[in-house]
Write a new protein. Structure first.
Length: 752
């Protein structure tokens, strides 16, 4: 027998050897959960003689399944290859291959990938005569996927008034009929999409109890990794399969449940004990990854959540360094400070760049970081997404800008001629290129004489395109680079198309385009440049992106990724950037306590990626939608035990303020002086009158005159609701525009 048990601590060993009955292993970050899961399976085979054919282990990634199988093989040998081990989708596809005829599918059914599904949906929308801009494949696909993961069939969808009302409210009343046609077309083609692999497995077990009974007796032991990420459909299936033997072991951490937008249901793990009253709960609380400081920071943060399973993660690792706070005047400077810190930490501590990660909430934040790293010649890789300037939506807008400047740019022309769609097909484009080549004239000359060269219906859309480009050219000649680019983004239709896509992917693409416009705005306002034209910006971008080509396969690079992509990974040094209100936590996640707590779990995940040193970074101003906005440090910084942090004086250009329990409000108050000196003309401090008394702001309206004890007199520009809070955007006479939470603002309303 192997001596693997001797390598485990007591709770880990308990999780390995107690094999019978329902068991939940609550595994804190860095506590060795994968080791416990794999050794538990090895123990079943080696010590208890369980046939691998009777063991099922479900994971969420092929990588995790491969790693688990290899670890088990290292203990028990090649016998491990007989395990039912893999992702939910791969294991359930294996079951469906054997049982598909019972559901009317062939055994060799096709599995459609996401592109196949969206292509089919696009065809159906067109056949139904619906507006393709209203029923975009991405939007429809995500809607259908979400309801199928809640075990809703197309028949139930059409019969339920709530779905009809929601679709009508979203101006897409035909979603139900599209769902029906899509499902029938897949069935007729003998095809299933990824969601069908789950949905149909559940249907198989519900409608064919003999089949369910067969698998219940075949699978004697079931193990589920990352249980906090399961959705309703996945949980129902595994609960049915484990109903006879009750030997179900789930491993997970509720504090790392961050995929609700994909359908993950945290209540599966929070309420697991209700379904199994005799549940054995084992807590893996010793962290082997991080320093004591980092572990304590993570604990202080997650303790603020109310919906959680109690545990106290601890470590015997070294004390480590205090968490460093990096403050920047702007998001652009944040990138520079992070890049400088990375370079100096590498040189001082002999690090490899591959030991360092920069994490952010949204992909659009990578732009400033990427540019700063390039300028310091620091190599990096972007995980889970393209480099900022290589993203489709960015290249689309850059192509519009380039063609508006240079009408001979064939590559840009090909990219934008039918974007957004204007009825100009590939055959027409080919004719334009051929005509230009045959007559040895520029493409632009062909376009301006479309009736002569093309004739027919193609000339109309081409003429409209030419008129649009001429107008864009005039914009570039008469307005500054930012104003022209913003107008082109709007008038081209690119912004509107992205804005109307309300999916997570659509929102991300829209934010990316806004971030490109922010970059142009910053470029225009740079005092160190002589050429601040749009042509100058495009040249600058071209020089930057040419360095981004990864031709040397050098593994020693800084890693850039979103926090969602970082789950399960670890790095010696971690920089978490953009810790500002409305960015992290996201403004879209402030409508309920559940959403806010998921954002806090995301913060917890980011913290626990760090092994040795953690930097928390934020900017006091950030360009959003082309305007320089004053930012408040994230409320999550208040969640951190202030004794575990220090303000980094080495890399900060704004005045230092000692951390204290009222971090956010104190920091904001301490820094506004510096922000004003660099972002707006310096104003004299306002001294309120001795009889100053705040008014009741419940009746505050836009246009009202107000007085603030610090900023003086101003006018309310806009009122907004932020979850349970109201905030006001106020234009102050001496201090410019500020956004204030009314519950803290202390405003006196002037009715005269």
């Amino acid at each position: 027998m192997s001596n693997y048990l001797n390598t485990l601590n007591d709770p880990q060993r308990e999780g390995v050897v107690n094999i019978n009955g329902p068991c939940m292993i609550i595994a804190g970050a860095g506590s060795g959960k994968t080791r416990v899961l794999t050794y538990r399976i090895a123990h079943l085979i080696e010590h208890h003689g369980v046939d691998p054919f009777n063991i099922m282990a479900l994971t969420f990634t092929n990588k995790a399944a491969k790693e688990m199988r290899e670890r088990i093989e290292s203990v028990v040998g090649l016998n491990a290859r007989n395990l039912w081990i893999g992702t939910f989708h791969s294991v359930f596809a294996r079951i469906l291959r054997a049982e598909a005829p019972l559901l009317g599918y062939p055994n060799n059914f096709t599995i459609y990938d996401t592109d196949d599904c969206k292509s089919l949906l696009k065809t159906i929308v067109k056949e139904m005569g619906l507006d393709e801009t209203q029923y975009k494949p991405n939007v429809v696909y995500n809607r259908i996927s979400a309801v199928k993961n809640r075990l809703v069939s197309w028949q139930e969808y059409l019969a339920h008034p709530t779905f009809r009302e929601d679709d009508a409210a979203n101006m897409r009343p035909e979603i139900g009929n599209i769902f029906k046609n899509y499902s029938l077309r897949c069935f007729k083609s003998g095809a299933m999409d990824f969601d069908d692999l789950l949905f149909n497995t559940d249907k198989l077990f519900r409608e064919h109890l003999d089949v369910l009974n067969k698998y219940q007796h075949r699978i004697r032991y079931m193990l589920v990794d990352e249980f906090q990420d399961t959705n309703l459909c996945q949980y129902y299936i595994i609960r049915r399969m484990a109903a006879v033997n009750q030997n179900i072991c789930v491993v997970g951490d509720d504090a790392q449940s961050i995929y609700a937008f994909r359908g993950a249901d945290i209540t599966n793990i929070l309420n697991f004990e209700k379904d199994y009253p005799d549940l054995r709960i084992i807590k893996l609380e010793q962290n082997y990854r991080s320093t004591k400081i980092i572990v304590d920071v993570a604990n202080s943060v997650i303790a603020k959540n109310t919906a959680q399973l109690p545990k106290k993660v601890w470590t015997e690792n070294e004390q480590g360094n205090l968490v460093e706070i990096i403050k920047a005047v702007s998001d652009n400077e944040e990138g520079k400070l992070v890049a400088t810190s990375i370079f100096e930490e590498k040189m001082q501590h002999q690090l490899h760049f591959s030991q360092i990660a920069v994490l952010y909430r949204t992909n659009s934040q990578s732009r400033a970081i990427e540019e700063a790293l390039r300028r310091m010649n620091i190599k990096y890789r972007v995980i889970g997404g393209l480099s900022f300037y290589q993203r489709k939506e960015i290249k689309d807008l850059l192509a519009y800008l380039r063609f508006s400047l240079n009408h001979q740019d064939e590559a840009s022309f090909r990219r934008i001629i039918n974007l957004p769609k204007r009825g100009i097909g590939d055959s027409t484009v080919d004719k334009i290129i051929v005509a230009a080549n045959d007559h040895a004239i520029p493409i632009w000359d062909v376009l301006q004489n479309a009736q002569t060269f093309l004739g027919g219906r193609a000339a109309g859309p081409i003429d409209e395109f030419v008129s649009k480009i001429k107008r864009f050219e005039l914009e570039i000649q008469t307005r500054d680079a930012y104003e022209a680019a913003a107008e082109i983004a709007k008038s081209s239709g690119l912004l509107r198309e992205l804005y109307e896509d309300k999916t997570a992917e659509g929102l991300s693409r829209y934010e990316n385009v806004q971030e490109l416009l922010n970059a142009i705005k910053e470029f225009v306002e740079r005092p160190d440049l002589e050429n601040r034209s749009l042509a100058g910006f495009l040249q600058d971008v071209s020089l930057l992106t040419s360095q981004d080509e990864d031709k040397d396969n050098d593994p020693d690079k800084v890693t850039l990724m979103t926090i969602h992509m970082a789950k399960g990974l670890e790095f010696r040094y971690v920089y978490l950037v953009g810790l500002e209100e409305d960015l992290f936590p996201s403004q879209m996640m402030l409508s309920s306590r559940a959403d806010l707590e998921e954002e806090r779990r995301l913060f917890y995940v980011a913290i626990t990626r760090a092994q040795t040193k953690l930097f928390l970074c934020y900017a006091l101003t950030r360009y959003r939608f082309g305007r320089l906005k004053n930012c408040e440090p994230s409320r999550f910084l208040d969640d951190v035990d202030q004794r575990l942090m220090k303000v980094s004086s080495k890399f900060n250009t704004v005045e230092s303020v000692a951390p204290n329990p009222q971090f956010t409000r104190q920091f904001v108050a301490g820094m506004q002086k510096t922000v004003r000196s660099q972002a707006v003309p310096k104003a004299s401090a306002y001294k309120p009158p001795t009889d100053f008394k705040p008014s009741d702001t419940s009746g505050l309206q836009e246009g009202m005159k107000v007085e603030h004890p610090k900023f003086g007199f101003g006018t309310v520009v806009k009122l907004e609701q932020m979850g349970p809070e109201r905030k006001a955007r106020i234009l102050f006479t001496d201090f410019g525009e500020k956004t204030l939470l009314l519950s803290f603002a202390k405003l006196r309303i002037h009715t005269n």
